[in-house]
Structures are given as C-alpha cells and as structure tokens.
Write a protein that binds this ligand. Structure first.
Ligand SMILES: NC(=O)c1ccc[n+]([C@@H]2O[C@H](COP(=O)([O-])OP(=O)(O)OC[C@H]3O[C@@H](n4cnc5c(N)ncnc54)[C@H](O)[C@@H]3O)[C@@H](O)[C@H]2O)c1
Length: 340
C-alpha cells in the first residue's frame, strides 16, 4: 500500500482523491490546500485525514510515498521539483509545467532521484482514445493525414492560463500518440474577450512533414459544449464525438483517390464513399485507469505512456504555440485591434 499526498483540492483534486482511494494499492493520507474553506470541508468529511495548507508541508512529510498535484499550472514546476528532490513519486496534472526547460529539468531530477514522474493526460485512458489508438495500430486508418479538433464551451475561465494551456494539452497528448514527428511549423491566433492578454479563443495549426496537419479550435466562449475530433487517414476517416453517448466514434470507409488524367494533364479526384461503422467504445472512468497506471509504473510492472518525456513533448508544442500567439496578438494590436 502506497501512501499518497494530494496537493490541490479545487475543481479537479476531488476526482483524484476519489480515484486514489478507490485503488487498493493507494491510500490518500494527507491533503494540502491553501483555501481555508476547502480544508474545513475536508476535515468534516474525512476525520483522520491529515490536512495542511501548503504544498511544502506535504513534500517534506515522512511516510508519504507519492504526491498527486492538482494546483494551478504556474505552481507545477516549483512543487514537482521539490517533491522529486524529496524522493517522492510524482503525478502532475496536465500540463506538466510552463516551459520545455522546466520539463527537461524535472525529467533529470526524476532520473537522479530514481522516482516516477508522470503527467495525468487523462484522455489517454478513455475508451474512445484507446479505440482510436487500436484502429491506428492495426493500420485501419492508414497514415494519419489530418487531426481536426473542436473543443469549445462556455468557461471555466482559468485565472492563470489561457485557453491554449487549459484545453490544448488534451488534444496534443492524443495527437502525439498518432503522429510521431514533431511539427515543422506551429501557428496560433488568439482573441481576448474577457481578460486582456489572456486569450479565451485560440485557433492552433500544426504543420507536419508530408502535408500532415492538425488544427485545434479551442474556446471558452462558445454557448454550447462541443468535443469533436475528425481524424483523416489514407485508408479511412473517423469522427469522434465525445458527447455522443451512443455513437462516440463513427468510422467512414471514405477517401479520395487521385486518378491521373494524362490527356488533360490534370489530376481528377475519385471519391470513395463506403460503409459507416460505429465500434463499441468501452465505458469506464479514465482517471481510474490513470491511477492504476501510476501504481504499475511505480511498482515497475509497466513503462509509462505518460511520463516526463511525453509531458515535455506536449509542453514544447504549447511553448511554440504561445510564441506564435504572442506574435499574432502583437500584430493585431499594432494594427489597432485585439487586446482590450
Ligand atoms: N486531467 C484533466 O482532465 C483536468 C481537468 C481539470 C483540471 N486539470 C488540471 O488540474 C490542475 C488544477 O486545476 P483546477 O481546475 O482543479 O484548479 P483550481 O483552481 O480549481 O484548484 C486548485 C487548488 O489548488 C490550491 N492550491 C494552489 N496552490 C497551492 C499550494 N501551493 N499549496 C496547496 N494548495 C494550493 C488552491 O487553493 C485550489 O483549491 C491544473 O493543472 C489543470 O490543468 C486537469
């Protein structure tokens, strides 16, 4: 049984608390949260639980084997670096940290301490993503040519990060399992309607070799929630609608084959419209899988599918996207628009 300390009990922390306690390999023995009201509520609901205000108190606490961290993104690096140096296994909420340099440093610290560093990219443990990865592994889709995601809703506005850092980690963690290469070019455009300088709508485009492209439409300003990803392969295409409980994934045996028309010296497309199928997508709580994965990585049963290096890959793209976003905001502002 591993004793876990949970740092951050805001919106996401309670989900970690519940899933760690549901796993017979873990027991949450202590929680840290800065908010007095949160601590008071926890103390009432869980007598016997050690409750402290500051992350630092848990990091140095004896008898804690692992830490799960669900605090705002800006706090991730200082907490994770100290936790690894103190010899704890660490599971960070996404994104791992705020720069690629920080991520590399955390990887080094974890290796030096011989401790697990993992990032909770929850979607990798959903039935839908595992079904898509299976199709991809079996070659059913062919080579992925495009990944087109719409991830929009109204709020939750995060005070410390923009919509890119809040929502894109989900898509990027999935995309990185389908496309091996790093993007050749990253461009982002963003718009600030609520907080000046903190985009609440971002359009992100990642350009890969061989014309592969990923496009992410990320927004906290949409009146409706949409979680829809289209993935085009050289053999088949699919639509993943995460909010559709019946047919989450539809696979289209469709494509475009190009027939050279030598006499006219042009290339004519030939449309292939085939069957539409909807595979059964297993239903389970993804976070349960994440927590069990963390346990198995700590005990050495498996190597992690979301270790520090995978977290670094996501943060590197976010960093490049942020640079492009900054340049875009500056250009629009110089033209007299944009930032309010
Ligand atoms: N995996 C997912 O699907 C998912 C979903 C939502 C949020 N998240 C991630 O979880 C993290 C937290 O997000 P949230 O929405 O829960 O934020 P939140 O603001 O609701 O909660 C953060 C909590 O951390 C506490 N805190 C901050 N600094 C602290 C410190 N130094 N010591 C102790 N407590 C501290 C705050 O008091 C607050 O209660 C973020 O990284 C976010 O990206 C992940």
């Amino acid at each position: 049984m591993l004793n876990v300390g949970l740092i951050g009990y805001g919106y996401w922390g309670p989900n970690l608390f519940r899933n760690f306690n549901a796993n017979s390999g873990f027991r949450v023995t202590a929680v840290a949260d800065r908010c007095p009201a949160v601590r008071e509520k926890l103390a009432k609901a869980h007598p016997g639980l050690i409750i402290v205000a500051e992350a630092g108190e848990l990091i140095t606490m004896a008898g804690i084997d692992a830490l799960a961290v669900a605090t705002p993104v800006a706090t991730h690096y200082p907490i994770a670096s100290k936790a690894l140096d103190a010899g704890k296994h660490v599971m960070m909420e996404k994104p791992l940290c705020t720069t690629a340099e920080e991520a590399r440093d955390l990887i080094t610290r974890a290796e030096r301490a011989g401790r697990v560093l993992m990032v909770d990219h929850t979607f990798l443990f959903t039935g839908a993503v595992q079904t898509i990865q299976d199709l991809h592994r079996k070659g059913d889709l062919g080579d992925v040519c495009y990944f087109d995601s719409v991830r929009v809703n109204l709020g939750l506005f995060q005070p410390d990060v923009n919509v890119l850092w809040d929502l894109a980690p989900h898509d990027l963690s999935i995309l990185n399992t389908l496309v091996d290469e790093d993007p050749l070019h990253v461009e982002a455009a963003g718009y600030c309607h609520v907080n000046p300088g903190l985009p609440d709508m971002v359009y992100l485009t990642l350009h890969y070799p061989d014309n592969k492209v990923a496009h992410l439409n990320l927004s906290w300003m949409s009146p409706v929630k949409i979680r829809r990803v289209a993935i085009g392969g050289t053999r088949k295409m699919l639509i993943w609608d995460d909010l559709n409980p019946e047919e989450k994934i539809k696979i289209y045996n469709s494509g475009i084959e190009f027939q050279p028309e030598t006499s006219r010296n042009t290339i004519l497309p030939d449309y292939r419209i085939g069957d539409i199928t909807s595979p059964r997508v297993p239903k389970y709580e993804a976070l349960n899988g994440v927590v069990e994965h963390f346990r198995r990585v700590i005990t050495g049963e498996v190597t992690s599918i979301m270790d520090g290096r995978k977290g670094l890959r996501v943060v590197s793209i976010l960093e490049r996207a942020q640079a492009s976003l900054d340049a875009h905001l500056k250009r629009v502002s110089e033209a007299g628009g944009g930032i309010r």
